[in-house]
Design a binder for this molecule. Structure first.
Ligand code: NAP
Ligand code: F7E
Length: 368
């Protein structure tokens, strides 16, 4: 018989990759979407249409992590084998502007869905396996390097605090009610589907648009922040593996490499044939074109050596920053047989190539 999964956050980066993965494994997939005044299913439309052609395996339902009744209803109606709680207000900088909302959705939302599972019929709470999208942001001001499942948390944002709450509620429901509840402590993971206000995607979108003369400059905040960046598709595989384990548990999912924002910028521009040189300090730092290299890209840019294409903007700094993250995925490697497949170079290449095509189309339409 087909397994059934319920995904919160199915319209997000991870939700869309996970839905594809589960459908490939022949699951029936139910996704919770929010009502919006404009379309918010852009990341899953292609699956929806494709699956309908093949047979009905993907179902979308309105609901919200702030609304317990919709969550309870959906648990009862869909009776899933697996629940993946990926829904969240997931932007760290935004969480400083909307701390209470972030706590409600990313923190209390986890409790609401856990309790909807517990409160269902007895057999449901014993049957359902629950995955919580925990985050390396919980390590914040890191207490040891690299970070493992045993590293104490020190969150540095309302988002990080909300995720710590969700993490512990997940463990509490596991221990109090003997439910199969697990945390994936995922370090940053990116892709061509990443939201455009997260730094990697902001960089690949801006760099490719600069190449086509659609944008003059890229404005960034802290260039020295370091992150352990992986590829989202590798990471949703880990989510699935976590729920296939007989015993529920918590796992760090990371690449065990860390890179600065500055080096990611350099990597992306290098792929586009531009070598960057940094000049100035602090808020006056700038990224200039050092040289123009040969590539197979043929964007009609008019960039010259010495052009300033990157500047610092104080709006992109956070009131408190997570300076460096580096995860140790040893437990996941040993117990899940999981390892990341995509390197940082390949990740930058995939994202840049994807956004190059978007910029090329935008340029073509503009010059029609
Ligand atoms: P994302 O692209 O921002 O997607 C977030 C999803 O949550 C979207 O589908 C969004 O719906 C939904 N959502 C927002 N508010 C909601 C609400 N009130 N009720 C129900 N759903 C709501 O995030 P992601 O990168 O895929 O990350 C997935 C999960 O992993 C999140 O919980 C995130 O915090 C966590 N995480 C991410 C990373 C990472 O590096 N990507 C690392 C560790 C943990 P709309 O499309 O309608 O906005
Ligand atoms: O920032 C710095 C910024 O917003 C990364 C979420 O998925 O991963 C993500 O959170 C770093 C930070 O991701 C800009 O200060 C510099 O140090 O891409 P980000 P994040 O905050 O690490 C974790 C694991 C999650 O769980 C979250 O849900 O880059 N940075 N300049 C900038 N960041 C942004 N967004 N924009 C800038 O202009």
């Amino acid at each position: 018989m087909k397994k059934t999964a319920l995904i919160t956050g199915i319209t997000g980066q991870d939700g869309s990759f996970l839905a594809e993965l589960l459908l490939d494994k022949d699951y029936q997939v139910h996704g919770i979407i929010r009502r919006s005044s404009s379309f918010n299913t852009g990341r899953i439309d292609h699956i929806y249409h494709d699956i309908h052609a093949k047979g009905e395996s993907l179902f979308l339902h309105y609901g919200d992590l702030s609304d317990s009744s919709s969550l309870r209803n959906l648990i009862m109606r869909t009776k899933p084998d697996e629940v993946y709680n990926l829904g969240a207000q997931s932007h760290v900088k935004v969480s400083f502007e909307q701390p209470e909302y972030t706590a409600d959705i990313s923190g209390l939302g986890t409790l609401r869905i856990l309790d909807a599972i517990r409160d269902g019929q007895e057999d449901l709470s014993k049957k359902i396996r629950f995955y919580q999208a925990s985050s390396s942001e919980m390590f914040g001001k890191v207490q040891e390097v690299p970070q493992t499942e045993k590293t104490p948390f020190y969150p540095r944002s309302p988002y990080g605090c909300a995720k710590v709450y969700g993490f512990w509620q997940t463990i509490n429901y596991r221990e109090a009610y003997d439910m199969h509840c697990s945390n994936g402590i995922l370090f940053n993971h990116e892709s061509e589907r990443r939201g455009e206000t997260f730094v990697t995607r902001k960089i690949t979108r801006a760099a490719t648009r600069i190449m086509f003369g659609l944008q003059e400059k890229l404005f960034l905040g802290n260039l020295d922040a370091k992150r352990d960046w992986g590829y989202a598709l590798d990471y949703v595989k880990a989510m699935w593996l976590i729920l296939q384990q007989e015993q529920p548990d918590d796992y760090v999912i990371a690449t065990n490499e860390t890179h600065s924002v500055r080096s990611f910028v350099a990597l992306v521009f290098k792929h586009l044939g531009i070598e960057i040189v940094w000049q100035g300090v602090g808020m006056d730092e700038m990224g200039l074109v050092k040289s123009i290299l040969k590539t197979n890209k043929n964007a009609p840019h008019s960039l010259k050596t010495g052009d300033c294409i990157i500047s610092i903007d104080e709006r992109y700094f956070r009131p408190s920053e997570v300076e460096t993250l580096l995860g140790d995925p040893k437990k996941a490697k040993e117990q899940l047989g999981w390892k990341p497949e995509i390197s940082i170079d390949k990740l930058a290449e995939i994202m840049t190539d994807h956004d190059y095509e978007l910029a090329e189309n935008e340029h073509r339409l503009k010059n029609k």
